[in-house]
Design a protein. Structure first.
Length: 555
């Protein structure tokens, strides 16, 4: 097996010798370590690697080289090897690199930076290098596959399973049924291919067109609540729900979390969140959700997966949640953290192709399937921008379709700059998708200029739609008051002339985050007036636990 390449470029002889020694000693068995003393030599090696079809995993470049800065060199590396990790090297204490790092990071010209090794066995240096290689390997190297999925590439259920496994951070491989690998895997599993998808587990078990709950059960994940009365049941495992679960469990409350689809909610579909406190280099939504789940689970939270909440009622002082298989979860208090789903585009020809080239969110799970192709992203806010940047690592070109006149209306500045700097991202303003074409899979789009009314049909392999949110609240009883868009009203938003809503049974008014049904709280995106940020959702989840302590003490 040909080893991937790890390259370092530095014009300082002493630094280059140290890099070569440290990289070769620690990574030489698995990677070919290539060092260059000038940017010109380095570029020559990069071009030969491209011509030979070699994989470049990581390229490191000193910032202050005489003929070319490290940022400039890494820009050339991105053009030649777009999937390699690009890292700027700096000397300890060199403050002159601060401005280039900030600018290059904001524009997406580098993936990260690290200080050069100060001596043999510099573990801080190796911690950084291992992290870069882990990120590259996660996306581009064979890995352990808990599930191997055989199905039709563009079948909606194939997409649903890929998206589900990806968002839940479960390692898997997808094998099209018409590929050599897919046919071989299906044959070994004893399948006929008449009913797809087929999922082969790491231990040899075979599931034919399994439900989400069956996939969870195969991994030993709980799919039904215990026959007990919990202190708090959290409905939804997005950032707000995960925070509530972690704080509830850590403070001694018997806590259960009901999640019907995937950890992380809408935030879990984000390929990279760069503005969350404590993650200066960014973190994917799936990784953040997995870390939060691990933390809550270790502290004792009970996760029940695969069933949807369809009703909420009362049983004396307790609250009862009915699930779609008839099971019930009983609790002394409830936190609604059901989040939101992507608003539908409403074009019938495109809705018919959902999962077959048309996707709501899903940029993280489908990016590798569009390698080298032409794709479109609908939306002009942060989620659409994050999707476009992630897809640009794989697709030949990404075109953003924005109804308005500017990205600045709804998108963070750092994302706008990164999009503007990306050579293969195009933004078309005042433009919308009005029709889709394809027999079983998207092949073309009809676009309309909202200013002139002119239309054109363009070839397209995939369309990713990220255009706003609708709350998951249709299942709630009328007693839980909502605004006209369906977002749950809480706290002072329930008051009229300072008085609680009709039917409120307590002498005290609703507390912050409490709904019109005492003991039921709403947090995160599902709540009316919430700030649509991960940090805000996490904060509300933690605050809700304190309010529940107060509520339970007064019952």
């Amino acid at each position: 097996m040909v080893r991937p390449v790890l390259m370092a470029v530095d014009d300082e002889p002493t630094a280059l010798r140290a890099l070569k020694a440290e990289l070769g000693k620690r990574y030489g068995a698995d990677y070919q370590v290539v060092c260059a003393a000038t940017p010109e030599v380095g570029l020559g090696r990069l071009e030969r690697l491209k011509d030979d079809g070699r994989q470049l995993a990581l390229v490191l470049a000193d910032q202050w080289m005489p003929s070319m800065t490290g940022v400039e060199f890494l820009g050339h590396a991105r053009r030649l090897h777009p999937r390699a990790q690009r890292v700027l090297l700096i000397n300890w204490g060199d403050r002159s690199t601060a401005e280039p790092i900030l600018q290059a990071s904001a524009l997406g010209q580098i993936d990260d930076w690290t200080a050069k090794p100060w001596g043999p066995g510099d573990e801080l240096f190796h911690q950084a290098i291992s992290g870069f290689l882990n990120e590259w390997a996660r996306l581009h190297r064979p890995r352990f596959e808990a599930f191997r999925v055989v199905g039709e590439q563009w079948a909606p259920r194939s997409h649903e399973i890929r998206d589900l496994l990806s968002r839940n951070s479960i390692p898997f491989g997808f094998y099209p049924v018409d590929s050599d690998e897919g046919r071989a895997l299906l044959g070994r599993a004893g399948g006929t291919g008449k009913q797809l998808p087929v999922v082969v587990l790491f231990d040899g078990r075979v599931l034919v067109d399994p439900s989400n709950a069956e996939l969870a059960q195969a991994l030993g994940i709980k799919t039904h609540p215990e026959a007990v009365t919990y202190d708090v049941v959290v409905v939804g495992a997005g950032p707000a729900g995960l925070a509530a679960a972690m704080y509830g469990a850590s403070e001694g409350l018997a806590t259960a979390v009901l999640e019907h689809e995937a950890l992380g909610g809408q935030a879990g579909t984000s390929s990279m969140i760069r503005n969350y406190l404590g993650f200066p280099r960014g973190v994917s939504g799936a990784e953040l959700a997995q870390r939060a789940y691990d933390q809550a689970w270790i502290l004792g939270a009970d996760f029940i997966y695969g069933l949807s909440a369809i009703g909420l009622g009362t049983a004396g002082p307790d609250r009862v949640i009915t699930l779609n298989d008839g099971a019930e979860a009983t609790s002394r208090a409830v936190i609604l953290a059901t989040g939101v789903t992507w608003r539908r585009l409403g074009v019938s020809s495109l809705e018919a192709l959902v999962g077959a080239g048309v996707f709501y969110g899903a940029a993280a799970s489908e990016a590798r399937a569009v390698r080298g192709r032409e794709v479109y992203v609908v939306g002009g806010a942060n989620s659409a921008g994050q999707a476009a940047v992630h897809l640009a690592r794989y697709a030949a070109r990404v075109t953003m379709l924005v109804r308005g006149a500017s990205l600045a209306e709804a998108m963070s500045d750092y994302l706008i700059r990164e999009i503007e700097a990306a050579p293969n991202i195009v933004v078309r303003y005042h433009t919308e998708a009005v029709d889709g074409h394809g027999n079983g899979h998207l092949t073309a789009l009809t676009l309309k200029d909202r200013t002139t009314g002119a239309t054109e049909t363009v070839p397209a392999t995939a369309l990713f739609i990220l255009i706003g949110a609708q709350p998951h609240t249709d299942w709630l009883p009328e007693r839980i008051r909502r605004d006209r868009w369906g977002f749950v009203l809480t706290g002072t938003d329930l008051l009229a002339d300072g008085r609680p809503p009709a039917g409120w049974p307590l002498e005290r008014p609703p507390t912050p985050l409490e709904t019109s049904l005492p003991g039921v709280f709403a947090v995160g995106d599902v709540r009316h007036g919430s700030t649509k940020r991960v940090a805000s959702a996490v904060g509300e989840g933690s605050i809700a636990i304190r309010l529940i302590h107060e509520y339970l003490s007064q019952r």
